[in-house]
Design a protein. Structure first.
Length: 409
């Protein structure tokens, strides 16, 4: 079923040029809606609960459609997206979550019968979503990656290690103990200090039944990501983000970040995506090793990214460029953007300060609260740009705050 949402002031694009935007419960979907809707392109937000969706509250949202949760029934979610893709007014779908990327790539031919598939092949996606296969592919491409083993192959536990879910999303394509309707989302990693091997069954329980990967620990440094849009193995647009502050003082999702120039990192990311013959959106994440400055690959995200508001507001308008590829206007894509532009996730800044007050992390020194408050306030003053809050479209910010308050109760 679908229902009408508030309309923006722009005239809608011609029939067949609209974009289906799955809700991601973050500013990713909202940014897509603002980018496209402000240009008069029809935006259709697909959400499990439209009343909670910040993107659906935007003045640039033309319509919302209700879809089931992929975690309750993955095939039902796929079928719902496909039914809306079959409409005459939809040109493409923008993947905002790992689950979106998975169903779009795995059932690529079914979706391609209706819309332009601006996302990777399943062969490429399966490498990006598999931490072990990705490490092998990175080594083949000459990219530095932390030593990566399957849990059962590790013999030396007398060092600092990270236990990670092998797959970005657990489905029957990756875990044979799951059925085709089952889907498990992200599983938090675990840090292992030098000592005895962890209990295997306890690890498998935490990892929801699958054997994880184990990576050597890289001393924490600055985190970067290279964002890219590819067209059949060729880069169309790229940008580089430096993370200046995460959700906690130990890191996590970025809450203050800015676009920078880093030709070395851009070349590394392109080499890997070229190797995978990529198509569509990707963000390739690296960490700069503390003390050495060496760059180590962390992961590839085959979708939009949490800090995409920074790119779009700096001029690297990835959602619009995806639409341009979908409608055959690659030559019209403008890859230029402003370097040094920075944005904040405001409630993330609050969580960062809370972590300084209440959290303890191994191998990370906790900063003083006073200094942390000063750094947050100074950066907000210098860069007053925010993921949700904008002067011309305030309702998504209010809805996001309402959601955060409800979750905190």
């Amino acid at each position: 079923m679908w229902m009408q949402c508030n309309k923006g002031d722009m005239t809608a694009a011609p029939s067949g040029d609209g974009v289906l935007v799955p809700e991601s419960d973050s500013a990713k979907s909202l940014t897509c809606v603002r980018s496209l809707g402000s240009r008069g392109i029809r935006t259709i937000v697909a959400a499990e609960d439209p009343s909670r969706s910040p993107a659906a509250a935007s003045r640039y949202c033309d319509e919302t459609v209700t879809v089931p949760s992929p975690h309750e029934n993955l095939l039902a979610y796929k079928n719902a997206l496909q039914s809306f893709a079959a409409r005459d007014d939809v040109a493409t779908i923008i993947p905002n979550r790992e689950e979106d990327a998975f169903v779009l790539a795995r059932y690529r031919s079914e979706f391609a019968a209706h819309v332009a598939p601006v996302w990777p092949s399943f062969e490429a996606l399966a490498v990006a979503q598999d931490g072990f296969a990705l490490a092998e592919a990175a080594a083949e491409a000459g990219i530095r990656v932390p030593e990566t083993q399957l849990f059962d192959d590790v013999t030396d536990w007398d060092r600092e290690l990270i236990l990670k879910a092998r797959y970005a999303v657990l489905t029957d394509a990756y875990a044979d103990f799951l059925g085709p309707t089952e889907c498990e989302g992200q599983i938090p990693p675990r840090q292992h200090s030098p000592g005895d091997p962890p209990d295997r069954q306890e690890v498998l329980d935490h990892m929801l039944g699958h054997v994880p990967v184990v990576q050597e620990y890289v001393p924490i440094g600055t985190e970067y990501s290279v964002r890219a849009l590819y067209d059949e193995g060729e880069a169309v647009m790229t940008s580089v983000r430096r993370q200046d502050r995460g959700m906690s003082y130990a890191g996590g999702a970025s809450v203050f970040r800015q676009l920078v120039e880093n030709p070395e990192l851009e070349a590394l990311a392109r080499r890997l995506l070229d190797h995978l013959e990529w198509h569509g959106l990707a963000t390739v994440q690296f960490i700069e090793e503390a003390g050495t400055g060496a760059y180590w690959l962390l992961e590839i995200n085959p979708r939009t990214w949490t800090s995409i508001p920074c790119d779009v507001r700096a001029g690297a308008d990835y959602p619009y460029a995806v639409w341009q590829l979908a409608v055959g206007d690659r030559e019209g894509i403008d890859p230029t953007h402003e370097v040094g532009f920075a944005t904040h996730l405001l409630y993330g800044e609050v969580k960062y300060l809370t972590s300084v007050l209440t959290k303890e992390y191994p191998n990370v020194d906790r900063p003083t609260f006073g200094r942390s408050v000063w750094e947050v306030l100074a950066s907000v003053y210098t860069h007053p740009n925010f993921d949700y809050l904008t002067g011309d479209d305030p309702r998504p910010f209010l809805r996001a705050i309402r959601n955060q308050v409800a979750e905190a109760r």
